[in-house]
Design a protein around this ligand. Structure first.
Ligand code: 5AD
Ligand code: SF4
Length: 587
């Protein structure tokens, strides 16, 4: 049986009652005192004015707590095309924001940055206003991450701080509503509502369209939750609202969820099944971003190079899947559809002055067409994130990554031959279940062998529900994990410094982001490999307007001569302002 189905079965047996057909759920407040009647809590905050009382009495005629609890035991997946009627206990205008101010705070990965923009786009359409001032917020929403225990601890700490703010508001009788969005809402579900009574709203990663309803319920003093995962929600029609109007780059979500089921990873459980967004809607978004003057897009997903748009019948002529040599997959091989190479080709044609990046790919899906395209197109960055996770074949097997160390190293060589000068980055986990000292030495040696330009290194954190949680033992002591992590970081830095020093003396194309954080006399930007480049803010010639002297602005491309390199940053001096097409000056 496919492992995700296994998981759903386990969830069903642990959860409450028979399957229900509704695809949304809301947990009434006072769930601890659950009864079939819709009792309201004897909390002064909950009985604010007549309108609210009226709303509460309408809620009382709505579905009961038991009903919602039963709904939560339904299969945790729905099709977003299953249209829902508005709940009978809500009037249309109660779904509107009515100028209430929302403060959004993002934790975790780039996917969450994009999710924040999607959530905001939905709320803005509903009439909410955005504030960057916590003190004036009517609603505070935290977009959360569950990937490691530490990420969740950060959120619990933040909730404790917000509790004080909410208590002060209670006294002033202007209620503040607090919502937990994203992976932590999905993983912990009502445990959050029970543990932190001050949380009013829970919305999983596939439930952001429901935010206006959830907030309307919360407005009456009830707790509300929707943590159902979807089989096809990609928010394809929701144009994310750029958080920073002066940004030079944007994230574009191309797919959601993950079917890989690496044994350590919570993501398939918090973000659900893998599904791709239709190519046409991605291209439309990229075009709009280009019209807005953005100069870089990063195509986002948990597994971007497994992209497969099956949205139109004519896309489904069987095209066999090319896994990288020596790689296997944990999920059923899918056929047909428009693949990542097609998408990358189309996206890179939208605007030759727009840089294209993508993250995160899985090493198993790097067919030659994708490598060829990256090599050929000036505006596709020659930068590949190739998460290895471990240098030991034994550990890789325990992680169910679908490759051995040898297959991974062979792929690195193949990529380097196909894309000369390519910049490589990776993720590694220190201290996975059963990792021995010898396994750790293998990871150190992989870091030395590949010499990555960038790295993201983590200590293993056991997550409930994962295969490792059920089948393996988290047997590497915490202090050993941390010592191994320190060693990996040291080796990574030494090797990255060496790799980055090969750029010294070269001229590199840099997309300017703005002032350097360290000095107002310096500017900061990114090279093609996504490394930070710092250089003095000086006048320069503009290649498109000979004779004109200019100062670089965010969004400009400039040529920078690199003079020094560290493990994370390059330094240099600026030569001229240019365009992506005109700049062929590389080492
Ligand atoms: N513990 C530590 N690191 C993890 N990652 C994923 N799950 C865990 C875990 N349980 C790391 C992997 C992944 C990155 C996004 O986070 O390296 O590639
Ligand atoms: Fe997790 Fe593996 Fe999916 Fe990445 S590919 S999100 S590590 S399951």
């Amino acid at each position: 049986m496919h492992s995700l189905q296994c998981v759903l079965q386990v969830q069903r047996s642990l959860r409450w009652g028979p399957m229900a057909s509704v695809s949304w759920l809301s947990l009434r407040m006072c769930m601890a005192h659950s009864s079939l009647s819709s009792t309201t809590c004897p909390n002064p905050e909950r009985q604010e004015d007549g309108a609210r009382k009226d709303f509460s009495s309408r809620l009382a005629t709505g579905p009961t707590l038991q009903y919602f609890l039963r709904s939560a035991s339904a299969p945790q997946e729905k099709l977003s095309s299953e249209v829902e009627d508005p709940p009978p206990y809500l009037m249309m205008d109660e779904l509107l924001g009515r100028q209430r101010k929302v403060y959004l705070e993002t934790y975790g990965c780039q996917m969450n940055v994009n999710d924040t923009e999607i959530a905001w786009s939905i709320l803005q359409k509903s009439g909410y206003l955005r504030t960057s001032n916590l003190q004036e917020a009517d609603v505070i929403l935290l977009v959360t991450c569950s990937i490691r225990e530490k990420a969740e601890q950060t959120i619990w700490n933040r909730l404790h701080q917000l509790k004080a703010l909410k208590t002060r508001r209670l006294r002033s009788r202007v209620p503040l509503r607090i919502g937990i969005l994203g992976c932590m809402a999905e993983r912990l579900k009502e445990e959050i509502l029970n543990r932190e009574k001050m949380v009013d709203v829970l919305a999983g990663p596939d439930a952001y369209r429901d935010l206006p309803r959830l907030l309307a319920v919360a407005e009456s003093g009830q707790q509300a939750a929707n943590v159902l995962l979807s089989l096809d929600e990609t928010y394809a029609d929701v144009m994310p609202v750029q958080t920073s109007p002066s940004a030079t780059s944007a994230f574009v979500s191309i797919m959601r969820g993950c079917d890989n089921m690496c044994t350590y990873c919570i993501v398939p459980f918090t973000r659900g099944r893998e599904r791709s967004r239709p190519v046409a809607s991605i291209l439309e978004e990229v075009r709009k971003l280009s019209e807005q003057g953005l100069k870089e897009v990063t195509l986002l997903g948990q597994n971007v190079n497994s992209f497969r748009d099956n949205s139109e019948v004519q896309f489904n002529s069987a095209v066999s899947t090319n896994l990288s040599r020596g790689f296997t997959t944990n999920c059923k091989t899918k056929q047909g559809g428009l693949r990542f190479a097609h998408l990358l080709d189309q996206v890179s044609r939208v605007d030759p002055e727009m840089r294209i990046r993508f993250t995160s790919p899985h090493p198993k899906d790097f067919p030659d067409e994708v490598l060829q395209l990256i090599h050929e197109r000036d505006n596709i960055c020659k930068q590949i994130h190739l998460p290895a996770q471990s240098g030991s074949s034994r550990v890789l097997e325990a992680m169910r990554r679908g490759y051995s160390r040898e297959a991974y190293v062979a792929l690195v060589h193949h990529i380097r031959e196909s894309i000369p000068g390519v910049s490589l980055s990776s993720d590694f986990i220190a201290g996975f279940c059963g990792e021995t000292e010898e396994d750790h030495v293998q990871t150190v040696s992989l870091l030395r062998e590949v010499q990555y330009n960038m790295g993201f290194l983590f200590a293993y954190s056991m997550r409930q529900k994962t295969r490792a949680y059920h089948r393996l033992k988290d047997d590497v002591p915490e202090e050993v994990k941390l010592r191994r992590l320190e060693e990996l970081i040291t080796v990574f830095r030494e090797e990255a410094t060496k790799a980055n020093q090969t750029a010294v003396g070269c001229t590199q194309l840099v997309l300017v982001e703005g002032l350097s954080k360290r000095s107002a006399a310096d500017l900061c930007g990114r090279n093609d490999g996504n490394l930070k480049v710092i250089f003095p803010d000086a006048e320069m010639e503009d290649v498109s307007n000979p004779g004109l002297r200019v100062r670089a602005q965010p969004g400009d491309y400039v040529l920078v001569q690199i003079t020094s390199a560290g493990s994370q940053t390059l330094k240099g001096h600026v030569l001229c302002r240019t365009t992506l097409k005109d700049s062929s000056a590389y080492c």
